[in-house]
Design a protein around this ligand. Structure first.
Ligand code: DLL
Length: 432
């Protein structure tokens, strides 16, 4: 089902017209209402009247996470606090979190976008949706919650963690949809196996997974273990939360809700737009948000845009599964390495589990990478020679994919810490 056909299947011309009108309005608003934006525009000699078409977007300065942090907590809000009905904040591994505020209209707009996403994933009002993203300052739980209610499906607001309880509700309530991080659902699958519960005895049919990068190989693994369709959902708190884009059942890229968010892809070094279809950093301008509108926000996520019409009939532009983040990219002895490449290799192996850690150290002037990965129970034999052979095999595959040398350490199943939210997979101990 398509939730809002007029928009989701609009012609490129009418979408561009709508985006242009909304962009012009947003630029005027922020110039007048947010001193931060006025100052930034004045610095490059821009007035709102300079922005007349979508092509003028590139004239606007970028906004970064640092800009939001410098104006912590509410400095970039565009409305008085009396209009703000909800506040969320991004986890932020270091320093201050990024704070976002929503007006009543923003909450309704967010719910609409998540409802569209659920419909893309094939969820209907007859579904029971177990929301296992964290509820709280993180946008995952409440974002999926409002979208599910708006669709008219039944929401089970269990939040993240408490895996035994998750499984009990999957069994007793017969949840048909689960929403959580891909790493957490793999943990649920693992506990199901330990409890000797056959996944096909559950009613689960769809999973809506996001909030962290995950590879195609991980998708296949989840689909096989849980016998469900695994759908990728994307979003970030600064721009709204989950539902900025989502895959449809064709699983061929995530449709961006372009009537609210204009995407651009730039080269993160030159900051210039890339050629259409090329990979680069995703940048969003919000064109309907009231609480905290963002102009040209640099997400740091790397992807590319697909403009062809999708088989589902939607014309909304699609973004490919995120390749990683420009700031997650590891530079190891001058070579660019993405954690997602390592994940892909590990998940192709039949002997390993999808649980791994990447350690980066600096010894003298040399960077070293160690990949720690769990081995499946049946392969974790006491025969040292076999384990040595497996280590060699993984090392060879990783090295030929990445073009750098790595050390591989096999560990026993279930020794790497599991997370109920976003998994932390890279431990970079270099002091640079
Ligand atoms: O993670 C919002 C969200 C919640 C999205 C639930 C999907 C599902 P933040 O905590 O602000 O917001 O983190 C945003 O997470 O810039 C990406 O780097 C990453 N991310 C989110 N979704 C995906 C995805 C939420 N599907 C940051 N694939 C983003 C890859 C993702 N990375």
């Amino acid at each position: 089902m398509i939730w809002n056909e007029n928009i989701e299947c609009a012609s490129r011309d009418s979408m561009s017209q709508l985006q242009t009108e909304r962009l012009i309005r947003t630029v005027k608003r922020v110039y007048h209402d947010v001193p931060y934006y006025r100052k930034k525009m004045q610095e490059v000699g821009l007035v709102p009247e300079d922005i007349r078409t979508l092509d003028d977007l590139v004239k606007l300065p970028f906004t970064t996470k640092t800009d939001l942090r410098d104006n912590y907590p509410f400095g970039t809000f565009a409305v008085p606090m009396s209009e703000i009905v909800r506040i969320h904040a991004s986890s932020g591994t270091t320093g201050r979190p990024t704070v976002v505020g929503y007006t009543r209209n923003d909450i309704a707009m967010w719910a609409e976008n998540v409802t569209r996403s659920l419909c893309m994933a094939g969820v209907t009002k007859n579904d029971l949706v177990q929301v296992a993203y964290g509820y709280g300052l993180f946008t995952g739980g409440l974002g999926l919650h409002y979208g599910t209610e708006n669709l008219g499906a039944s929401v089970i607001p269990i939040s993240g963690g408490n895996t035994q309880k998750q499984i009990q509700l999957l069994q007793d309530f017969g949840s048909t949809v689960i929403c959580c991080t891909p790493s957490y659902v793999l943990h649920i699958a693992e506990v199901l196996e330990e409890m000797k519960i056959d996944a096909s005895s559950l009613k689960l049919r769809v999973g809506i997974f996001g909030a962290e990068p995950w590879s195609e190989n991980m998708r296949r693994d989840i689909e096989k273990k849980l016998k469900i369709k695994a759908i990728d959902i994307y979003g970030l708190s600064e721009v709204m939360g989950p539902g900025v884009s989502c895959e449809c059942t064709h699983q061929a890229g995530m449709h961006i809700n372009e009537d609210h968010f204009i995407p651009e892809i730039i080269n993160p070094e030159t900051l210039l737009p890339v050629e259409p279809g090329e990979v680069g950093e995703l940048v969003f301008s919000t064109i309907t948000k009231e609480g905290i509108p963002l102009l040209r926000y640099r997400t740091r996520d790397l992807t590319r845009l697909i403009y062809d019409k999708c088989e589902c009939g939607r014309t909304l532009v699609r973004m490919e599964k995120c390749k990683g983040r420009s700031d997650d990219m590891l530079i190891i002895r001058g070579v660019n390495v993405f954690p997602s490449q390592i994940e892909s290799v590990l998940l192709e192996m039949s002997e390993t589990e999808p649980h791994y850690l990447i350690f980066v150290e600096r010894e003298g002037n040399l960077d070293t990478v160690k990949v720690q990965v769990e081995v499946q129970e049946q392969f974790f034999s006491d025969e040292i020679k076999e384990l040595q052979n497996l280590t060699k095999k993984i090392k060879y595959k990783l090295e030929s994919t990445l073009g750098i040398s790595v050390t591989v350490q096999l560990v026993e199943p279930k020794t790497i810490e599991r997370s109920a939210g976003k998994a932390k997979r890279v431990i970079d101990n270099r002091k640079i």
